[in-house]
Design a protein around this ligand. Structure first.
Ligand SMILES: [Zn+2]
Length: 426
């Protein structure tokens, strides 16, 4: 048998709602004991193609029963991959095919929904081109070619339009026509994937909405789609936007879930649904004010801690008073100002303060009488190296810092011991 020799008659092309049919097995290709491919003289099983998955279902004869798990078309022959459930099958057997109607209806709604949505996006944006389509378990995706931006506002409008035309329950007509006739008749109006085969085309038409060349299965009228809900979109590549959506039961359940969530939010916020956005704006503003106040208070507290540090942590080292400590949440600028001011007031003071915000830093200062006894710039530079950075400054005031916040304590104790060593000479 040559590929394509048998040419299965495709019943779904003329009647997409035929879920049961009679046929004969022309050829059986065994895979193993339980699995085989059946080629029939006619079939209503849709073979995977054009983004639509294969139909599933049953093939039953007087002698056996088989489950159809996949359907593929190769050069006009349709291969039904089956798992034998009961009995046996042989070539020339008369069979009855039963299609999983729930699964098929889902795909038909998806296909029909994509035609409705394509027409709607076209109505909003003007000329767009069809660039791909695929149905998967949890969503449907449609790719459209358009050079400009496809905004959320555009898709929101299109979604409403598509649902309106869906509700109008317009007929979805399918018929065949030659490519030449189609181009003459519809021209630019015809939506199709880039290349048109130069032969007979199958046209799917929603009057005054969308005319497409498509060999998928569709609902008899637009109302059967039940609902179209866009769930996302993104730029797939230059000039191509991918739109993801749901139809039928999935769309309705998704919409109901969203409404339920909205109910919960309104309950949590204790406002009417219509006022949620305004309330969130108010809460955000309030939070901003509180955050600002919080920072202000923390800074004030840090200022007190700094004061406390100088009063309580003094250590007599030779003729001088040494204070080394850590106060979080202050900027270098604030610490520099404090160290400068405190050292001006106390001639015998050596003050080293460490702090951190995004990174860690150390500021050191000397009172007038300590000058010459300690090179504070050198000490701070060495301590800053502990923090993975560097430091420097003048003879009475120096600062430094680095990214390693966890090393702040080590850096401070290094500064302390270096200063003691300098003064006490050991
Ligand atoms: Zn279609």
């Amino acid at each position: 048998m040559k590929l394509g020799e048998l040419k299965t008659e495709l019943l779904y092309l003329s009647d997409a709602h035929l879920y049961e049919f009679d046929a004969n097995i022309l050829k059986i290709i065994d895979i193993d004991e339980e699995n085989a491919y059946f080629i029939l003289n006619r079939t209503a099983f849709f073979p995977q193609g054009g983004g639509q998955p294969a139909d599933h279902g049953l093939i039953i004869s007087t002698e056996g029963k088989a489950k159809v798990v996949d359907v593929q078309e190769k050069e006009g022959d349709v291969y039904h991959k089956v798992k034998i459930l009961e009995g046996t099958f042989k070539e020339n057997d008369a069979i009855r095919g039963k299609i999983d109607a729930t699964r098929r209806l889902k795909f038909m709604r998806a296909h029909s929904g994509s035609h409705l949505l394509f027409g709607a996006i076209k109505a909003v944006l003007g000329h767009i081109e069809y660039a791909g389509f695929e149905i998967s378990e949890d969503k449907i995706r449609m790719d459209i070619q358009y050079p400009g931006k496809v905004t959320k506002e555009v898709l929101d409008k299109a979604e409403i339009l598509a649902n309106k035309v869906m509700i109008e329950d317009r007929p979805m007509k399918t018929y065949t026509i030659t490519t030449k006739e189609a181009i003459e008749k519809f021209g630019e109006e015809l939506s199709f994937a880039k290349e048109l085969p130069d032969e007979i085309l199958r046209i799917v038409e929603i009057p005054e909405w969308d005319i497409a060349a498509c060999s998928g299965t569709h609902c008899l009228s637009s109302g059967m789609v039940r609902m179209i809900k866009i769930i996302g979109s993104y730029r797939l590549q230059e000039n191509v936007e991918r739109v993801e959506f749901l139809v039928g039961e999935q769309a309705i359940l998704n919409a109901l879930r969203s409404l339920k969530e909205l109910d919960n939010i309104s309950k949590q916020l204790q406002v009417e649904k219509g006022n949620i956005i305004r309330e969130i704006g108010r809460i955000k503003k309030e939070l901003e004010t509180l955050q600002k106040e919080n920072i202000k208070l923390r800074k004030e507290m840090a200022g007190y801690k700094l004061q406390d540090l100088v009063e309580k942590e003094q250590e007599q080292v030779g003729d001088y008073k040494l204070v080394v400590g850590e106060v979080p949440m202050l900027s270098t600028k604030e610490i520099v100002a404090f160290v400068k001011e405190t050292c001006l007031k106390d001639r015998n003071l050596i003050l080293v303060v460490g702090s951190y915000e995004k990174s860690a830093y150390i500021v050191g200062g000397l009172g007038e009488d300590v000058k010459g006894a300690v090179n504070i710039s050198e000490i701070i530079h060495e301590a800053a190296q502990e923090l993975g950075g560097r430091g420097g400054g003048g003879p009475t005031l120096a600062q430094g810092g680095g990214p390693m916040k966890v090393k702040l304590k080590d850096a401070l104790s290094l500064a302390k011991s270096k200063i003691k060593q300098k003064i006490l000479g050991k």
